[in-house]
Design a protein around this ligand. Structure first.
Ligand code: HEM
Length: 331
């Protein structure tokens, strides 16, 4: 039997379990983590039935048949992304890799416990039609593994943090995870003290290095996607450093924190390597972002990472890191 991670109050029912043998996963650590902690559900929410009746949710550690709104809700709940950003990311995923599913929806008859009320009797014929639709009608769903499909119209790209170039991948490559962690363990502050993690500039350096090793340059869309992933990594993993309540709010200190912050190595290992929520995720002022991560913020950050990565000359990148990180040099 698999060992379960100790459950904190907040994570009750959402213990970490890696992908079951019958399950499927994506190249995205964020989504795989949601599945490994059972934060995504499968039900037919395409009908009004969902709004009117207490439908039992089926858990999906398997990673198949995910519906749009379930995914958006899980992302917002766990990573504190804005609905706009979560909706945008999910929409892109569905449009590029989603599929129509027939007849797999849930029937009210077998699965739910509906309280008999006069309103329900009145709505009965209407609900029956919707129920049939939910059970047999078409639904737009996503299987996590379909996100690994490659091509110009897909999301998957070369130059990832922990996934190999040129092939479909649904699990992090241990050598690349090792390379990322090695890199993180040797970063230094300006005063020479070890950072033991990734600052914003280190993410840009690592990204530049990975791009340098791709067989062909990324197209514009994939470049934007990759930068977006760098920005999202920073936003969701850097941990909360700044209390944004009405008083005692020193914006300069917050900005300094923001720029000086570091994603610790262990956190990178847990999220990228094991695809689990890092320790302390749900703690008060823990790792989970306490301020909502929005679309504009991520776009601005992605642009900054692009500038930082451009400034990273290949020579400085290799002289500072590559010789000491054989894993970084190739896959
Ligand atoms: C909280 C939201 C999300 C975060 C923080 C996030 C973060 C990331 C990161 C950091 C990577 C890069 C992994 C690597 O380079 O090895 C990645 C890859 C990917 N993500 Fe997400 N992601 C999020 C949501 C989504 C959504 C909603 C979708 C689509 C439904 C998605 C699809 C993908 C795909 C297809 C890749 C693979 C790209 C590649 O080839 O490297 N992600 N994601």
């Amino acid at each position: 039997m698999e060992a379960l991670a100790p459950a904190t109050t907040a994570s009750k029912g959402h213990e970490y379990r890696p992908c079951p043998p019958t399950g499927c996963r994506s190249p995205c650590p964020a989504l795989n983590t949601l599945a490994n902690h059972d934060y995504m559900y499968v039900h037919s929410n395409t009908s009004l039935l969902f709004a009117l009746t207490p439908i039992a949710l089926l858990s999906s550690r398997e990673g198949y048949d995910l519906s749009f709104f379930d995914l958006v809700n899980a992302i917002v709940h766990v990573y504190n992304l804005s609905y706009a950003l979560a909706g945008f990311l999910t929409l892109v995923g569905f449009l590029t890799c989603g599929r129509l599913s027939f007849g797999k929806g849930m029937s009210l008859a077998g699965e739910t416990h509906v309280k008999s009320t006069w309103l329900l009797y009145l709505l009965c014929p209407f609900l029956l039609v919707l129920d049939l639709y939910a059970a047999y009608g078409p639904r737009f769903v996503l299987d996590l593994c379909s996100l690994s499909c490659r091509g110009h119209t897909k999301i998957s790209h070369d130059g990832s943090f922990v996934h190999p170039n040129c092939v479909s991948s649904t699990a992090p490559l241990p050598t690349l995870v090792g390379g990322l962690l090695d890199f993180a363990s040797t970063t230094r502050n300006l005063d020479g003290r070890p950072r033991d993690g990734l600052g914003l500039i280190d993410i840009a350096h690592f990204h530049a290095h990975r791009l340098k090793n791709t067989p062909t340059a990324l197209n514009n869309i994939h470049s934007e996607v990759a930068l977006g992933e760098c920005a999202l990594t920073w936003e969701v993993l850097r941990g909360h450093q700044c209390y944004d309540g009405p008083s005692d709010h020193d914006h300069n200190a917050c900005l300094k924190d923001y720029l000086d912050g570091v994603i610790p190595r262990t956190r990178l290992e847990q999220w990228f390597g094991e695809e689990r929520l890092p320790d302390g995720w749900w703690d008060f002022q823990g790792v989970r972002p306490t301020t909502t991560v929005g679309l504009v913020k991520v776009k601005i950050l992605a642009n900054s990472i692009r500038s930082l990565a451009r400034k990273t000359s290949c020579s400085s990148c290799s002289s500072a890191h590559a010789s000491s990180y054989p894993n970084m040099a190739s896959e």
